[in-house]
Design a protein around this ligand. Structure first.
Ligand code: FEO
Length: 394
């Protein structure tokens, strides 16, 4: 790996992980990821901002050494998750005089997760500053920009915000700065869906706070650097807003074709009524794509056959994830087929307890859908149309 100059005295010293395909053993990484760490040289002090995943710690050290850095005074840790903090123990051995600068909650987590000695820390509060001589770091404590200890670091004179997970995206690309805005938008929205969406309420306020800063760049710890910060800030403002789209997302499984027929009929009925539809066959759905679709859809219809006495386990998994991610979806329903036990709809509805939705009458049929079932699906499509009109989506 190589270090890269961002502006005089400020370097990217992180690592690209082209081959990684899953994060937290949960999140698919179709485009790999990067762990961005930054070196900031002031006239008196030098700071490293975040580290990298421990699998890449030698790349971080190599990048720093190749720059001829002999002393690091401060290591700012914005987030204790190991993809950013995991190389800290090694860096602290390499630079024995370096002080770890972070907030109290993050300090406690770093002590617990990495056994960093307590005497290596300098604890900062929200709004506190740290001088590097001709440069000043300002800290913004922003809990739940993934974990409860997360913070942002703002380099005042250069107007650069080091935002860690916030505003980032999983992408192992050699472009230091965002080059393809359509690609960056799609990947950042997916990242928002997977990581930030459960904390939409808090993030709204942080977006406003960041917008008030003079900004030349936003440098996250995954993906490329935003040289046009307005692009990502406007995107976030939209995603965290209360507005939803005239769209229905249908995650589904079908074992013997009955639920498939119902999904197909409902899809056509919705399209005929001017409503966009995104069916996701869960046998081959990338769960990140499903999360992305949930960011601003107005309605979710879960479609499941009955296995033994409940919903299909793949549907349970998708519903559990959707509930955890807390999308701003307004309406929900369940459709599907059963052979001898019809409790699947109740189970799915009960699982959606973290999502504030109005539940529309489920359509559950014994065996193959018949004409009465198709008519019931038409009525569900009518009801969805009515609800979307009520909130001015049509
Ligand atoms: Fe990129 Fe929450 O770690």
């Amino acid at each position: 790996m190589v270090s890269r100059l961002i502006s005089p005295g400020i370097y990217w010293v992180g690592a690209l992980d082209f081959d990684r395909r899953i994060f937290d053993e949960l999140i698919p990484l179709p485009e790999g990821t990067s762990y961005n760490a930054y070196l900031v040289r002031g006239s008196e002090k030098t700071a490293l901002i975040d580290t990298v995943d421990p699998a890449k710690e030698f790349e971080l050290i190599s990048n720093i050494v190749k720059l001829g850095v002999e002393r690091i005074d401060y290591i700012v840790i914005n987030h204790a998750e190991q993809d950013h903090s995991g190389s800290l123990p090694m860096i602290l051995e390499f630079f024995p005089d370096a002080v770890v600068v972070t907030n109290e909650k993050c300090r406690d987590l770093l002590v617990a997760l990495l056994h960093v000695p307590e005497d290596r820390f300098r604890v900062i509060r929200d709004g506190e500053t740290l001088s590097l001589g001709n440069r000043t770091l300002e800290f913004l404590i922003t809990p739940w920009t993934h974990w409860p200890e997360t913070q942002l670091t703002y380099l005042r004179e250069d107007k650069i915000l080091f935002s860690c997970d916030l505003f980032g995206y999983h992408y192992a690309g050699s472009e230091l700065f965002v080059a393809d805005t359509a690609q960056a938008y799609r990947l950042a929205k997916r990242y928002y869906a997977e990581i930030m969406m459960p904390f939409r309420g808090s993030i709204k306020g942080y977006v406003e706070r960041v917008k008030a800063l003079p900004l030349a760049m936003i440098a996250p710890s995954h993906g490329s650097i935003h040289r046009s910060p307005g692009f990502i800030l406007d995107a976030y403002a939209d995603w965290v807003s209360d507005s939803v789209k005239n769209e229905v997302v249908i995650p589904y499984i079908s074992m013997h074709g009955s639920t498939q027929k119902m999904v197909e009929h409902l899809t056509e009925a919705l399209i005929a009524r001017g409503i966009n539809v995104r069916p996701f066959n869960l046998t081959h759905t990338d769960i990140g794509d499903l999360a992305l679709a949930l960011v601003d859809t107005a309605t979710i219809v879960v479609a499941t056959p009955t296995v033994l006495f409940g919903p299909h386990p793949q549907v349970v998994y998708a519903t559990y994830l959707a509930n955890m991610l807390k999308p701003k979806v307004r309406f929900a329903s369940v459709i599907g087929s059963f052979g001898w036990g019809g409790k699947a709809a109740d189970t799915i509805v009960k699982m959606l307890d973290h999502v504030q939705v109005e539940v529309l009458e489920p359509v559950i049929v014994k065996g193959q859908p018949d004409e009465a079932t198709l008519q019931a699906l038409n009525r569900l499509a009518d009801e969805i149309l009515k609800k979307h009109k009520e909130i001015n989506l049509l």
